[in-house]
Ligand binder design. Structure first.
Ligand SMILES: [Zn+2]
Length: 619
């Protein structure tokens, strides 16, 4: 595109393509003149994007894009060739002559964008100055109340929009024409004459063009400028200072304009980009105030999503700086759906995600003000891998003691696992999930791994293991109160006193040793324990349908009458079963400690297991 001797040619001669591209792509030296990195134009995990330092070109072996420094900037910034030439010249510190454009349309578009950037810069300075006028006292108080220093206010160029809609217009109208003011998105207006087309498509006759009354959309608000990656102000968010019907929404954003597309911008990326690249991770918070607080506390790699779900464009934008992210908002709290979509997108794009949950549900801003930056740094260090976080959540929602709970937990986790692009990574996750949920059933384990790797929807609950004789004996013992256990012949099997003793004995053993946990009959036994001792009619207890069926079938069986020996044998069988389950759990805990390299926990767990092995050998 650059003809010899032209300005573009001069810029190209002097431009350092590695430095320019390196502003957008993390490059690694891979040869004498060759640098490689992840292609910003397609999604990839291994670098196939190369830049040649002396030949001054780039080429992607993945998607085939290639070109020179200008075409790179054009594509990545989505701008025209002349704009790219100017951008590169500016980056290299080369003075720029008057603009050159290849066509009138392009020239006009570029002119509009340049003028809008200029207008926003002027508006931003205006709002900043307004923050110092007497009327802005409430705004200053609000900012001081949020702990913002003068320095922070200056860094983020926070301003104030006065209550009247006209000062901004009056400030700008000398330098920009009305069309431009309208195109800026900063103003509303009422047409002097109603110029809406009539039903037949004709405009009503106008008595000459009277000027329209423009007024600022942002009134009596604190203004947070939104900048593009290069730090140029392209839009604003205004936070209302008054409440009530007239105040409008709490947060008001600029509409989409020729320079602002909400889905392509990440708040604070312009200030955070260097830190993100250097530290190789980004902190993602929800709101602008959180972002400002975290940045002001010295964590410069912070960006904000502004409460809406990430778009693919934003994820790609971020991926140019790092593919590691610490998400510092509660994915469960308000806006959970948006957070969940963002996380899904990040998982899908193969980001390494951690979740930072601050205690007592504090948001980052409040946490920093209450606990200070050291505490935040500690919390950051302790942030949890996203899948560990999910597994904990599954364990809390579906107590994984019972086979049924495990299946539910697995089915909660599967959709999240399915989003992971790599099949191998999915299989690894399935193994980890199985271990941490303490899945002992080989069948469920197999189902889980299969569902994870093939991305099939759910796993089925395993067939309920049959209720053992020992469990039935306990059920009968607990249900014995008041009702005589009757032998098949119709005679009372034993004295009522003795039967009450059986009940007390069973009750005592289960209450103190919790032997019934994890058994098929767990919920029924628990319900019987919760019922009155000596209850006349156990069938009248509040029971689930399946528990009632089990109780009925047990009581209806023609089993030999309950004896002290039978009960003792049953309790022994349950004790043994209980120890075996504990041993299986310990095995899982040992595997987890090994995974975490936790030598201390490992030593303690192995000791416990030795004890348990001994107890089992004796029983
Ligand atoms: Zn590519």
């Amino acid at each position: 595109m650059s003809t010899p001797g032209s300005f573009a040619d001069t810029v190209k001669q002097q431009a350092d393509i590695v430095r320019i591209v390196g502003d957008y792509v993390k490059l690694k030296k891979s040869g004498a003149q060759n640098f490689t990195g992840l292609c910003p134009f397609h999604n990839e995990k291994t670098p196939s994007f190369s830049v040649h330092a002396t030949r001054q070109f780039y080429h992607c072996f993945g998607c085939g894009v290639s070109g020179d420094v200008f075409s790179f900037v054009q594509k990545v910034e989505n701008i025209t060739f002349p704009e790219a030439v100017r951008a590169v010249a500016q980056k290299m510190g080369i003075p720029v002559p008057r603009q050159e454009f290849s066509g009138p349309g392009e020239a006009q578009e570029a002119k509009l964008r340049t003028a809008l950037l200029d207008l926003h810069q002027r508006a931003c300075a205006f709002f900043e100055a307004q923050l110092r006028i007497p009327e802005a006292a409430v705004a200053r108080e609000y900012l001081a109340g949020r702990g913002l220093t003068q320095e922070t206010i200056a860094t983020f160029r926070i301003g104030y929009a006065p209550d009247s809609g006209f000062p901004l217009r009056d400030h700008l109208k000398g330098s920009f024409d009305e069309e431009l003011l309208k195109a800026s998105g900063l103003f509303s207006w009422k047409e002097a004459n109603d110029q809406r087309p009539t039903a037949n498509g004709q405009r009503p006759a106008t008595n000459g063009q009277r000027p329209t009354a423009l007024y600022s959309k942002f009134r009596n608000r604190i203004l947070f400028p939104i900048a593009n990656e290069a730090g140029k102000v392209i839009a604003f968010t205004g936070r209302a200072l008054s409440t009530g019907d007239k105040a409008g929404p709490k947060y008001l954003n600029s509409p989409e304009t020729a320079i602002y597309s909400k889905s392509r911008v990440l708040y604070n990326l312009d200030r955070a980009r260097e830190a993100i690249r250097k530290l190789d991770y980004a902190i993602l918070v929800e709101g602008q105030m959180d972002c400002i607080a975290v940045f002001a506390a010295g964590f410069h790699n912070v960006i904000a999503s502004s409460g809406t779900a990430f778009t693919e464009a934003q994820v790609r934008l971020l991926a140019r700086f790092s593919k590691k992210i610490v998400v510092n908002f509660d994915p469960d709290a308000a806006g959970a759906a948006a957070a969940d979509r963002s996380l899904a997108l990040l998982v899908g794009e193969d980001f390494e995600i951690k979740v930072l949950t601050l205690d007592a549900g504090l948001d980052p801003d409040l946490f920093l003000r209450k606990r200070g930056r050291e505490a935040y740094a500690d919390a950051l260090k302790g942030s949890q891998k996203y899948f560990d976080y999910l597994i904990d959540r599954a364990r809390a929602s579906f107590p994984a003691r019972t086979p049924e709970g495990k299946v539910k937990a697995v089915n909660f986790l599967l959709p999240h696992i399915h989003r992971v692009p790599s099949r191998i990574a999915r299989d690894e996750l399935a193994k980890e999930v199985a271990q941490r949920l303490g899945i002992e059933s080989a069948l469920l384990m197999q189902d889980l791994r299969h569902a994870a790797s093939t991305r099939s929807s759910t796993v089925q609950p395993p067939a309920e293991p049959p209720v053992t004789d020992a469990e039935r004996i306990l059920i009968r013992a607990l249900a014995a109160g008041g009702q005589l256990d009757v032998e098949p012949g119709g005679n009372p099997a034993s004295e009522p006193d003795e039967q009450l003793d059986f009940q007390r004995q069973a009750r005592y053993a289960l209450t103190t040793e919790r032997l019934h946990l994890g058994l098929s009959a767990e919920s029924l036994l628990e319900a019987l324990l919760a019922g009155e001792e000596d209850s006349a009619d156990p069938m009248a207890l509040p029971l689930s349908d399946s528990d009632r069926r089990l109780l009925a079938s047990t009581l209806l069986r023609d089993d030999p009458a309950l004896t002290a020996e039978l009960l003792e044998e049953a309790l022994e069988a349950l004790r043994r079963r209980h120890l075996e389950r504990q041993r299986a759990q310990l095995r899982n805990q040992i595997a987890e400690a090994e995974r975490k390299n936790d030598a201390q926990a490992l030593a303690r767990l192995i000791q416990e297991k030795v004890k348990l092995d001994r107890a089992l050998a004796l029983s």
